[in-house]
Design a binder for this molecule. Sequence first.
Ligand code: AMP
Length: 334
Amino acid sequence: MFEEYKIATLGSHSALQILKGAKEEGFKTVCICLKGNEKPYESFRVADEMIIIDSYKDFFSIEKKLIDKNAILIPHASMIAYLGMDYIQSMQLMHFGNKNILSIEAHRVLQKQWLEMANLKIPKHFSSPETIDRLCITKFHGADGGRGYFLAKDAKEFYTKLAQSTKEYYIQEYVVGIPIYIHYFYSPLTNEIEVLGFDKRYEANVDGIGRIAAKDQLACEINSSYTVGGNSPVVIRESLLPEVFAMGEAVIKASQQLTPGGLFGPFCLETILNSDLKFYVFEISARIVAGTNVFMNGSPYSYLRYNEPMNTGRRIAREIKQAILTDSLSKVLG
Ligand code: AMP
């Protein structure tokens, strides 16, 4: 009877994985795709059905069509950025995951309070450029993949680099260490936290600067920037895993105090691990992250847990299937 439902998502971000995973679990899939972006979804054979739209705002006019198909929509960062949280909140279409948590995640101050409630170490936030007293990273709002971020060690450098920009910014202590993105899944059906994998991002131009000599870097006055171009897999020291699980559990517990139902499904803690082996969490994503795409065929950790190829997209579909089969679909929608 689960076959009466379809899994749908917007063709971008992690849609290949979401749709492939859904097919592996036996669902029919629908890809809503911007005209001109169809090629990968057709070529990789992940969509049983394509709905082509001319612009993202046309999504609103096909919502009814998706409802009639009994489709369950899987959110990802591009979908949230393109459709907007206001529309997603008002949508009648079945939606996997808790929308209230997505709204909290989208709000930097609320997100910070959430991480503090969970007692996680977070980089210091500077509320005004004048208070900068160490190396800081300045971030801009929106899921633009780290574009335009810059480093500054004091107010003078901050204003020079901000230049004429009027964009809303957020100043955070820059933690020196290695970036580690932790992919979790929390099942509201079994109340279990799973660790499905780890990745790191491949960012222009911080990951390219080392390819030229220091004297050339200085000569062309290159600024660090953090535009995400791709991701690579990571395995971590096994001795860090107990803490990884504890951090995930703390985040889930705190989320349940923030909003009914709390966070469930896939989520990611975006961390910097410093040389004292302390995790600093600089962001949380309360849905599937694109870094899980490195494990289309499963990760070393999902192999340990499942003994079969299990990516985050497939894990979502399995949760939905389990919920339908146990008459608890409402537990995974929100
Ligand atoms: P974000 O948009 O917050 O995910 O950050 C983009 C990139 O900037 C990350 O992948 C990190 O490489 C880097 N980054 C962000 N915040 C920090 C921080 N507080 N300390 C060090 N690096 C950071």
